[in-house]
Design a protein around this ligand. Structure first.
Ligand code: BES
Ligand code: MN
Ligand code: ZN
Length: 502
């Protein structure tokens, strides 16, 4: 799909379909009103038949409209004119996509620039929400060995910008939105792959491909198990011990050679390409979902694609901590004591609390980059799903300002997060009589104790942890990765640029 922004004379556009908003009680949007006048009130006469009221997601397809060159007009109900919530906007786009998918249309124009979408109501955000919602509604999981071809006809999507003066901002938005969308789609595609294909080595190949594509600003480094041994990453290594698929930590270093940047931001993604639980094996029902235990790594991959596409003037290091947690004669066991890269020791009480072990060594490893900010992204705890459900990711930080910045980006993008406290009291839950820590707490506050565990390894920099166990994928019929929190973190990075042109 190719996207364009344009200040159109709608009635004169030779296109397959123009998509327009109609609000509650049949109130017309500005562009619909104009087209209706051109059609000598033909559109309003059809609307009067009563087939559409303007409720969110309703649609009405019209043909043969007098004085209008477009072959079709699609009216979409948008509800309350004065405030459309971003989540309702997704429904609006989904229902229009449902209609478009059944038609033989190639070119379409969305005339939605006059909509009032809550939180950030300007052309930049309208285009952003529009483009990401459209891409999301057209997304299909890449089927393995499927003979069915992608029969999508639409290849040319134009956003009509009602006010000419807004065109520049619309273009900036289009550029950002396309890069973010590319990042989200890439993260989803990687996350949705089955675990027999997407293993830690596969993640490293994908990183190598990124290097080939974005050589100008990207260098990479792949740390294998030999190197991990030399580095003393024994917690990370132990988790991968039971698996035939070897562990690889893939590093993407992004920076602009022509610009000196002061800050280094590191993103660390949990990349368990499959988490069986290991010797503390998980119940078999729903275990297949644990192919998604690498969604944190996939998010890091997607974010770096966005950064590379936009050539942002920042220094960003992305880590994909690839590993597979399997039972077997070589597997680590409950009772083992491991020495982490930091020198601290951990007694294993449950091999299913493996994410924190892979992450603690990755978080120590990144000290070498002297980072200002480190953010880890992980499907870390079932307890976080219990606490915040499937819509909200857990946010933890050792720095209030960083926490605020992430919360702001979350509000801007509607990629929701909620702060949970990193209370030092709960460190007590992690005491061990043989090692510095144990790897699990008591049964309560599991998301917090996991974050507390990590906080012992992140003292040298500003750090935030996003627990995306509930938000990274949906387990309903249309099960698949959500691409979260790619947009949130892309926005966080865009906000780092001082003169970011919104
Ligand atoms: N990958 C899981 C967390 C998870 C569970 C994510 C369900 C999404 C849905 C993680 O490695 C895990 O198994 N955590 C354990 C920790 C426990 C043993 C302390 C959990 O949450 O049960
Ligand atoms: Mn686990
Ligand atoms: Zn896991």
């Amino acid at each position: 799909m190719n996207f364009f922004v344009k200040n159109c004379l709608l009635e004169q556009e030779n296109t397959d379909c123009i998509i327009l908003a109609i609000f509650s009680s049949c109130e017309f949007s500005e562009s619909l009103h104009d087209l209706n006048k051109c059609s000598d009130n033909y559109i309003s006469s059809l609307v009067k038949l009563g087939d559409i009221q303007g409720k969110i997601g309703e649609t009405l397809l019209l043909y043969n409209i007098p004085n209008i060159i477009s072959k079709r007009i699609l009216l979409v109900g948008c509800g309350n004119k004065n405030k459309i919530h971003k989540s309702d906007f997704k429904k609006i786009i989904e229902s229009s996509t449902k209609v478009l998918k059944k038609l033989a249309v190639k070119n379409v124009i969305y005339s939605f620039s006059e909509l009032i979408i809550d939180v950030n109501n300007n052309i930049y955000w309208i285009i952003r929400v529009l483009l990401l919602s459209i891409e999301n509604s057209f997304y299909n999981i890449l089927k393995i060995n499927s003979v069915k071809k992608n029969n999508l006809n639409i290849n040319h999507i134009t956003f009509n910008v009602l006010i000419k003066y807004d065109l520049h901002h619309a273009q900036v938005s289009l550029k950002h939105s396309l890069a973010i969308s590319h990042g989200i789609q890439s993260a989803k595609n990687l996350s949705n792959l089955p675990p027999n294909i997407c293993n830690p080595l596969y993640l490293s190949y994908e990183v190598k491909k990124l290097y080939k594509k974005y050589k100008k600003n990207i260098t990479i480094e792949i740390i294998d198990m030999e190197q991990m041994k030399k580095l003393g990453m024994h917690a990370y290594l132990a988790v991968g011990n039971g698996a035939r698929n070897k562990s690889f930590m893939s590093i993407i270093k992004y920076s602009r050679k022509d610009i000196i940047t002061k800050k280094t931001i590191v993103l660390v993604g949990k990349g368990l390409t499959f988490d069986s639980g290991g010797i503390s094996i998980k119940p078999s029902a729903n275990m297949h979902y644990m192919k998604y235990d690498m969604c944190g790594a996939a998010a890091v991959y997607g974010i770096l694609i966005m950064v590379a596409e936009l050539e942002l003037p920042l220094t960003i290091i992305g880590i994909l901590s690839g590993c597979e947690n399997m039972p077997g004669s070589q597997a680590f066991r409950p009772g083992d004591v491991l020495t982490t890269m930091s020198g601290k020791t951990v007694e294993i009480l449950n091999t299913d609390a493996e994410g924190r072990l892979v992450l603690c060594d990755s978080l120590t490893y990144v000290e070498r980059f002297a980072p200002d900010i480190v953010i880890d992204i992980a499907t870390l705890t079932g307890a976080c799903v219990t606490a915040l459900g499937e819509s909200i990711s857990g946010l933890f930080s050792n720095n209030q300002d960083l926490e605020k910045q992430l919360y702001l980006a979350s509000q801007q993008t509607n990629d929701q997060v909620w702060s949970l406290p990193l209370v030092s009291e709960y460190q007590k839950k992690l005491t061990s009589n043989i090692a510095d820590f144990s790897n699990t707490g008591t049964s309560s506050a599991g998301a917090i104790t996991a974050a507390c565990f990590l906080s012992n390894f992140t003292k040298k920099y500003k750090w935030a942890h996003l627990d995306i166990a509930g938000t990274a994928w949906t387990s309903n019929k249309k099960s698949g990765a959500t691409g979260r929190p790619v947009e949130l973190l892309c926005q966080f990075l865009l906000n780092q640029l001082n003169n970011y042109d919104e």
